[in-house]
Design a protein around this ligand. Structure first.
Ligand SMILES: *[C@@H]1O[C@H](CO)[C@@H](O)[C@H](O)[C@H]1NC(C)=O
Ligand SMILES: *[C@@H]1O[C@H](CO)[C@@H](O)[C@H](O)[C@H]1NC(C)=O
Ligand SMILES: *[C@@H]1O[C@H](CO)[C@@H](O)[C@H](O)[C@H]1NC(C)=O
Ligand SMILES: *[C@@H]1O[C@H](CO)[C@@H](O)[C@H](O)[C@H]1NC(C)=O
Ligand SMILES: *[C@@H]1O[C@H](CO)[C@@H](O)[C@H](O)[C@H]1NC(C)=O
Ligand SMILES: *[C@@H]1O[C@H](CO)[C@@H](O)[C@H](O)[C@H]1NC(C)=O
Length: 646
């Protein structure tokens, strides 16, 4: 009888919202934009779920700015390797998914031709030389050399020795029937590469598969006239990305993230922008007076730099003249900002609570608020009635720090009182919940709101966009401090009469999952918890995650340096207090937060006699981005769990 009753409830929940539910996930992301050197075209990389194929479609479009005609170049673009324009704009070089060729797209003939680079190599990144006749690219060897005499050992993995990455930089000469010449070999991963025409140099960033040492992530320059000469350009306890050439062609601009390194000499904790002079090696920080998180930038031909900066719950466009000036556009989140070379056209992606992501082009920065979209893939979500978003602030009464969060109300219920509350914690921790529409299995607040929940997305201590001190304060108390920030937020919502104190649930993915696991050890006020790829034990996490440096920085040492801290801040050692029914999901091959953390969590709840369900998605890593159906299944089961326990 009881079982039947539950089945009825579940069916009711699903019938009620199945079409809305499916609709929510039919969302297109615009991942990358790039103007052609002649200002004629804009490249657009889109990604949307291909339900019939259990995969995502990665499409590359070429948009003719004058005629507004769009042409599809490929439906199988590599998800992360960015296409590059040749210097004349006649060609594009690109890489396809699951394919070991380089490809050359001719804009004139609309042909996509493979360039064989040898099938023992995987192309990683590339850059054009100063004309269309040559390209530099980085490859990684596909198979390791094994001694045939040691056949018994063939399958045995020797850790650290077998982990070594060997990369090579080649030049490909299109004058001489695509001949390859090796420039230099390296024993590290190369993330980005950029050719500097004025100095005939290659600049690139080094990286390792596992974040063992921040020192493995630096920027180098290689003189092509003498490739044995390698110059290290950075030594900054930070990772570097988004390399761009300055207008004078002598400087490289780049963004950094220090992962809260206590050894950092520059206090460059949130996303920061720097330039390095290739002639004298001088480093300069750009936008020093911006207290938030720099997430992107683009250079104008007059030398001005436009900065994408996250401050609180918005990502807006600022310009760096002498002071940081805010360019008034729309509320919400700007992304993928690019500027064309000739006419300084500006293209970007924008979205907000009530406006889906689309691509826009404007002639001048003061036209931001009258921009018109050139895409309409997410038309379905215009005037979306899933939810209504607003910003909410409260104080952590321990130290009076103001904390901000986003509230997603059920549509039409703004100003309602006594609502059931779902707290949805963002990951990171160095990230933030912002005024954006980014529908997926981790960012499903609007969908939860459409199912009747008031959703709070707290920007707890450690979040970006609230200054470096706010960001740094979680060191030595990575869960207890943000945990208190969140609990005070719930108190405040109850005091304001907005939330019904008897109907509370907690959820989060990644770091949000860690906070979920932590908070069920701190209080019994939640009737249900939804934990996604979260940590339960920081010592084993340090030993198995691909980012040990992050854990070491957060705790201020290794597990043997500060054992009491690892114990105090790990949920597992506080599990005697847990009573909250908890739903857990994780990816099978997650290397960021290994699935073992979720197994430990499930076992602890099982032995405590607390209702628990652990679901493991096959062949998925931390991003859970291989099969879009997994995201749907995740949220479907989580909604069922909430309805079962509330
Ligand atoms: C379907 O999925 C497979 C495997 O994930 C992939 O190789 C193939 O390109 C996909 N087909 C389409 C049309 O995207
Ligand atoms: C290809 O040929 C052109 C014209 O002769 C020349 O300018 C260019 O340097 C050559 N490129 C390479 C990589 O040899
Ligand atoms: C870095 O921050 C600490 C603490 O906020 C401060 O004492 C120190 O002076 C800062 N260092 C620099 C180089 O700004
Ligand atoms: C934009 O946000 C500000 C506060 O952040 C608010 O005062 C203003 O009304 C918003 N504008 C629009 C058009 O929503
Ligand atoms: C949104 O509006 C449409 C049409 O008015 C309606 O069919 C749908 O149920 C609404 N969805 C939500 C979540 O309120
Ligand atoms: C916080 O503010 C209240 C009211 O202004 C004050 O009484 C209290 O002492 C403050 N607490 C701290 C830790 O500063």
């Amino acid at each position: 009888m009881k079982l039947l009753f539950l089945v009825c409830i579940c069916q009711f929940v699903l019938c009620f919202s199945q079409s809305t539910f499916d609709e929510f996930f039919d969302y297109t992301r615009y991942l990358f934009l790039s103007f052609s050197p002649t200002d004629e075209y804009l490249l657009i990389h889109t990604r949307y779920p291909l339900w019939s194929n259990n995969s995502y479609s990665h499409n590359l479009w070429i948009y003719h700015i004058e005629t507004t005609e769009k042409r599809l170049i490929t439906e199988n673009l590599h998800p992360s390797v960015k296409p590059k324009w040749s210097p004349t704009g006649n060609f594009l070089s690109l890489v396809l998914n699951n394919d070991r060729n380089m490809y050359q797209y001719s804009v004139k003939s609309n042909e996509l031709l493979p360039i064989d680079i040898g099938h023992d190599k995987i192309p990683l990144v590339f850059t054009w030389s100063n004309d269309d006749s040559a390209l530099y690219f980085v490859t990684m060897a596909t198979n390791k050399e094994k001694n045939v005499d040691e056949d018994d050992w063939k399958d045995v993995i020797q850790v650290r020795t077998d982990d070594k990455i060997n990369t090579e930089i080649y030049e490909i000469n299109f004058n001489e029937s695509n001949s390859l010449s090796l420039i230099r070999k390296f024993s590290f991963f190369i993330n980005e590469i950029l050719y500097v025409p004025l100095l005939d140099k290659l600049v690139f960033t080094s990286a390792s598969k596992i974040l063992n040492l921040v020192e493995d992530f630096e920027m180098y320059s290689l003189d092509l006239k003498n490739p044995s000469l390698l110059t290290k350009l950075t030594d900054n306890q930070a990772t570097e990305e988004d390399l761009q050439l300055s207008n004078d062609g002598k400087q490289i601009l780049f963004r950094t993230l220090s992962l809260n390194s206590p050894k950092s000499r520059m206090n460059d904790t949130q996303g920061r922008l720097y330039s390095v002079d290739l002639l004298n090696g001088e480093l300069q920080q750009i936008g020093t007076d911006f207290s938030g998180n720099i997430v992107g930038y683009a250079c104008q031909s007059d030398g001005n730099i436009l900065i994408l900066g996250q401050l609180g719950t918005q990502v807006q466009i600022y310009s760096k003249q002498s002071l940081i000036d805010h360019h008034q556009g729309w509320n919400g989140t700007y992304e993928s900002l690019v500027i064309s070379k000739e006419k300084n056209l500006i293209a970007f992606v924008h979205s907000s609570f009530d406006k889906p992501m689309e691509v826009y082009i404007v002639n001048r920065i003061d036209e931001l608020s009258i921009a018109e979209s050139i895409t309409n893939c997410n038309e379905l979500f215009t005037g979306s009635n899933f939810s209504q978003g607003t910003v909410y602030t409260w104080k952590n009464r321990d130290d009076n720090q103001t904390i901000e969060g986003i509230l997603h109300y059920p549509f039409g219920k703004l100003q309602s009182t006594n609502l059931p509350l779902l707290v949805l914690c963002h990951g990171g921790p160095y990230d933030a919940s912002v005024n954006q529409m980014n529908n997926n299995g981790a960012n499903w607040a609007p969908l939860a709101a459409a199912n009747g929940w008031l959703v709070l997305e707290p920007n707890y201590r450690g979040s970006t966009g609230y200054g470096d001190e706010f960001f740094n304060q979680i060191r030595h108390r990575p869960l207890s401090l943000p945990g208190k920030d969140i609990l005070f937020g719930i108190d405040s919502l109850i005091q304001d009469g907005i939330v019904d104190s008897r109907r509370l649930a907690i959820a989060g993915y990644s770091y949000g999952g860690c906070l979920t696991n932590w908070l069920i050890t701190q209080t019994d006020r939640f009737s249900a918890a939804l934990s996604g790829s979260g940590i339960i034990d920081y010592s084993s996490m340090w030993g198995t995650s691909d980012m040990p440096v992050l854990i070491e920085n957060l705790f201020g040492g290794f597990p043997w340096n500060v054992p009491e801290l690892y114990q105090k801040e790990s949920p597992i050692y506080n599990f005697d207090k847990v009573h909250t029914p908890t739903h857990i999901i994780t990816g099978e091959i997650d290397v960021r937060v290994p699935a073992s953390q979720s197994y430990i969590l499930e076992r602890a709840l099982y032995y405590r006699g607390v209702p628990v369900e652990l679901l493991i998605f096959p062949n998925e890593d931390h991003a859970l981005s291989r099969n879009p159906k997994h995201q749907k299944l995740k949220v479907q089961r989580e909604l069922q769990w909430l309805h079962k326990y509330l």
